[in-house]
Write a protein that binds this ligand. Structure first.
Ligand code: PMV
Length: 335
């Protein structure tokens, strides 16, 4: 795009994601199921810059960095964009990237992967290039290794996907949904460190390989069951499967009393099931409910301490246009 002042600007976009089932165990080889949240978007703008321009720490989700110059700040989006320029042989330029992130940071909604995806797309657009999806995934993964330590690739896939996916060992397939229900996402307001959580889970699994094997087998069984329940529209049993997976995540040490309280509140308000989503140790809780019960579940979650909630109707999850309605306990800050 060329602006009114004649400056050439590249634009890239991506969006948030939520993991229905399989976080953490996916790092150790199980499948996982996730869906995109296009209503929580990221936009990145890329333009030519002076080589000396540095990075700016995220404030209100907006941040700036340069690639190809002297900036060496270690952030996932910067590493992904830098690697893109290197692979494309563009070595004689410095590019400034401004990222406008509409996803709450460090809440298990994929902000780091989405910012990296949008940044790479913006840098490609600036140079008149179209990035093929496999290459884009690889580049986002380069950034995710910085953000996560060892990233499974589920975030990189889901933040670029148009509909629900089943992810297994680096491959994403569309996930059929036959469910008429609603998912309520509740933000604990507590930032969680994915890297810290992933390292803690690894320690636990390494401590007891026999127990680790049976836990991962149990996880795989639950994820397969959830896939069948999703396509068959079996909301009640899917809720039960989510609760079983939450128990397993608690055994892995990534739940917290706050998350447990939100799960209990959702069940008390009639949800079929609830669990943490993403890395845990803070972040968000995901509750499955009948569409008519969603407002009550959402209100109960906020009474139990959620700082905001979003509701996603499962019916609308195909077709790449998942609408999202939001409520928050802070008036005037609806997202
Ligand atoms: O970074 P988050 O919170 O969106 O979650 C990532 C999912 C994990 O399974 C915890 C890590 C991974 O790389 O799969």
């Amino acid at each position: 795009m060329t602006t009114k002042t004649g400056m050439v600007v590249g634009i890239g976009r991506a969006h948030a994601k939520a993991i229905l089932l399989g976080e953490h165990t996916v790092v150790h080889g199980t499948p996982a199921i996730a869906f995109p949240l296009p209503a929580l978007p990221v936009r990145a703008l890329a333009r030519p810059a002076e080589p000396g321009t540095g990075s700016q720490v995220p404030a209100d989700g907006h941040f700036r960095f340069t690639v190809g110059g002297t900036d060496t700040a270690l952030s996932g989006p910067r590493v992904a964009a830098e690697e893109a320029l290197r692979r494309w042989g563009i070595t004689d330029t410095t590019v400034e990237v401004v990222v406008e992130c509409g996803i709450p940071l460090a809440r298990g909604l994929g902000s780091s992967a989405a910012c990296a995806g949008a940044a790479v797309r913006a840098v490609a657009d600036l140079h008149g290039l179209v990035v093929e999806s496999g290459e884009l995934y690889d580049l986002v993964q380069c950034g995710e290794q910085v953000a996560h330590g060892r990233a499974s690739g589920i975030d990189a896939s889901a933040v670029l996907a148009n509909g629900p996916i089943r992810f297994h060992q680096g491959r994403a397939e569309p996930m059929p949904i036959g469910l008429d229900a609603a998912l309520v996402i509740a933000d604990t307001g507590v930032p969680g460190s994915t890297q810290h959580a992933v390292a803690g889970v690894r320690r636990r699994l390494d401590e007891d390989p026999v127990r680790a094997g049976s836990l991962l087998e149990r996880a795989s069984g639950l994820i397969e069951a959830a896939g069948d329940e999703l396509s068959a529209g079996a909301a009640e049993s899917l809720g039960k499967t989510m609760l079983d997976f939450q128990e397993l995540l608690a055994e892995l040490g990534v739940s917290t009393p706050h998350i447990d309280a939100l799960v209990t509140a959702a069940l008390g308000a009639g949800a079929h099931g609830a669990k943490l989503t993403g890395a845990g140790l803070g972040g968000c809780v995901l509750a499955l409910t009948e569409p008519a019960s969603a407002p009550g579940v959402s209100a109960a979650l906020r009474r139990a301490g959620a700082v905001r909630t979003w509701t996603v109707p499962t019916r609308a999850m195909h077709a790449g246009a998942t609408p999202l309605s939001a409520t928050t306990s802070e008036p005037g800050t609806h997202q």
